[in-house]
Unconditional design. Structure first.
Length: 620
């Protein structure tokens, strides 16, 4: 885990790098980063290892929240989930919506920022494509991706954020290439999303898109993929989406203009046609209800309510029974819409396998916000002639869910799938529109330099420590020899005067040498002891050391004094207690003799309040 001090230095270096990217340099250098302000605000959250993660799915009419936990080395655990209706007509850019979002996040997450927070952009604000580029070196990779992506789908680099992920090597027409998943999004929309969450005091760890959220289900091992090529089909109200995954990698995504509304419209048309015919034929949908029911007008809402009965075991009753339709007849009436949907899915599979050269899909997960899944799943599976199942990652039978969702229907659980995928996001495997591939590569380079410097310091410290112990062993040997001579003197051994003087002279010389070593490596000893005892929430700003000559019984000696200045970050209510704890830990050291707090006052530090302090330390 990166320490706060390392993060601070990394932020400064990143700012320098960004400031050096002037117009006219390579396009990706300026294009792939959001605003400096929002990047800096979110940097600390990137590397603070937090086991709890929250996914926020802001829909058109609902806010879906999911909270998961993964202790270090442990398996995932679903902690909580919540659905909240959004007031009709509430603008996403209004202060009313910001207050609503803050209130719900505070209730769901709490006020402490001990979690990662992920949200997403809607599909119409982004474009995801899989491209193939020649196998190039690391330095040429970004430009190769940029120009290939722009050639396939032109975009304005000044208004667009581009992120990508290199997935695997492929062979195309006998040539080795790299398969790259590219995502382009409106920079303005990303910044609006960042500003929304930052403005309410819940800064985002990351922003991604729906296909990548679905990919997280496999990459986090929440759902098994068994090294197959699998697909997920989401049937929405106005449209549907097909995502194809191979070995946990998203290899293709496509939107389909067919959904529940298409089925509802097909049902309305068939019902109207049957009503015109008078309902007298054997194929009439209302043959058991009478002519009064045959004339009942059907709206789009009525049709969707009727379709929702397909997924339940109960009979059609209440207001919906006035249309006189059985479940079998409803399914027959929407068959044409289902057929069009299946043909679109089939063509998508053919394009992936034939044109892109991917393996054929062997399994398809299907899910929908309405409880129509099982009849539709069976139909689609039979038409496509592949195995299928309902996508239900929050099923009570899933060991990760822990029976938290036992009282929730499958249709309600399906509405949380996107939020669950967001909660399973991780910087190591989830593309992030506020911290892109280019930013990660820059940070890796900077951290490599930092690690090299630290490694060199450790080597030097080890060498000096070896020298210190070597000189100590020499002193021990001399002391042993002197003790032997003193014992001989007590036993009356004569003629030791000359050797004794020689030994005493050598000891004095060694003491002088040790004082020189002490003076020379005094600073290193200070740094070593402070670095060992200083916790992560304490940042040292300055360490000043000096040695003062004092007169002792055997002549002049040296007294070491150190002045330490620093800041303590964290919860404002516990800053003074954190300082007291730090001083207490320093007093336990065998190196420090006396520690006095000279100053301690609060002040700003890194856009937050911190406790500035100054300590005076005497050495033993």
């Amino acid at each position: 885990m990166s320490s706060p001090k390392e993060i601070s230095s990394t932020e400064k270096l990143l700012d320098l790098i960004r400031n050096d990217n002037q117009p006219g340099e390579t396009p990706d250098a300026s294009m792939t980063s959001p605003s400096k302000k929002t990047k800096k605000e979110n940097m600390p959250g990137f590397f603070s290892k937090k086991s709890i993660s929250v996914g926020v799915d802001i829909g058109l009419t609902e806010l879906n929240l999911v909270k998961v936990n993964q202790p270090s080395g442990g398996q995932w655990e679903l902690l909580d989930y919540k659905k909240v209706s959004i007031k009709p007509g509430m603008s996403r850019s209004s202060s009313e919506f910001a207050g609503f979002l803050k209130s719900e996040l505070t209730q769901f997450c709490g006020s402490g920022k001990v979690f990662n927070l992920w949200s997403m952009l809607q599909s119409d604000k982004v474009e995801v494509q899989n491209i193939r580029i020649p196998k190039v070196g690391k330095k040429q990779l970004r430009n190769a991706v940029y120009w290939t992506a722009k050639k396939n789908s032109p975009f304005d680099e000044d208004e667009t954020i581009l992120d990508f992920e290199v997935q695997d090597e492929v062979i195309e027409n006998g040539i080795r290439k790299l398969s790259v998943l590219v995502c382009t999004a409106s920079k303005r929309e990303v910044e609006k999303m960042e500003d929304l969450f930052s403005g309410i005091g819940f800064p985002l760890t990351g922003i991604t898109v729906i296909p990548f959220a679905m990919q997280n289900l496999f990459r986090a091992n929440w759902l098994p993929s068994d090294d197959q090529t699998v697909a997920t089909l989401y049937i929405g109200s106005d449209s549907s989406r097909i995502d194809i995954f191979s070995e946990e990698n998203l290899i293709m995504t496509r939107g389909i203009r067919a959904g529940v509304n298409s089925m509802a419209e097909s049902l309305m048309e068939e019902y109207a046609a049957a009503a015109v015919s008078g309902g007298k034929s054997s194929s009439s949908p209302y043959e058991e209800s009478g002519s009064g029911q045959a004339s009942a007008p059907m709206s789009l809402a009525d049709a969707k309510n009727l379709i929702s009965h397909l997924g339940s075991d109960s009979q059609i009753d209440g207001e919906d029974a006035r249309f006189g339709l059985s479940k079998e007849k409803i399914f027959e009436m929407i068959n044409s819409a289902l057929e069009r949907l299946v043909r679109q899915v089939e063509r998508t599979f053919e394009h992936s396998a034939v044109v892109l050269g991917n393996e054929s899909v062997s399994f398809i997960y299907i899910f929908c916000d309405m409880d129509i899944c099982m009849p539709v799943v069976d139909y689609i599976s039979n038409q496509l002639r592949i195995e299928s199942g309902v996508l239900d990652p929050m099923s009570p039978e899933n060991s990760f869910s822990g029976h938290v969702t036992s009282n929730t229907s499958i249709a309600d659980r399906a509405s949380f799938i996107s939020a669950l995928g967001l909660a399973l996001s991780d910087l190591s495997y989830t593309p992030n529109l506020i911290f892109t591939y280019s930013d990660k590569e820059k940070l890796k380079s900077i951290r490599s330099v930092n690690h090299a410097i630290i490694s060199a310091f450790v080597v030097i410290l080890l060498i000096l420590t070896g020298v210190f112990f070597w000189t100590g062993s020499i002193v021990d040997q001399k002391k042993t020899k002197l003790a032997g001579l003193e014992q001989q003197l007590k036993n009356g051994v004569q003629t030791i005067e000359i050797p004794a003087r020689t030994v005493i002279s050598e000891i004095r010389e060694n003491r002088l040498m040790l004082k020189k070593f002490k003076k020379r490596y005094f600073g290193i000893a200070i740094i070593r002891e402070l670095s060992k005892l200083t916790p992560e929430n304490v940042s040292l700003l300055a360490v000043n050391a000096k040695m003062e000559a004092t007169t002792g019984g055997e002549g002049k000696d040296l007294t070491e004094k150190v002045t330490v200045s620093g800041v303590i970050e964290g919860d404002p209510g516990f800053l003074e207690s954190a300082l007291a704890k730090y001083v207490f830990e320093l007093k336990k050291s065998t190196v420090f003799k006396k520690i006095v707090i000279d100053k301690s006052n609060r002040g700003p530090f890194h856009a937050s309040e911190a406790l500035h302090f100054t300590l005076h330390i005497d050495f033993t």
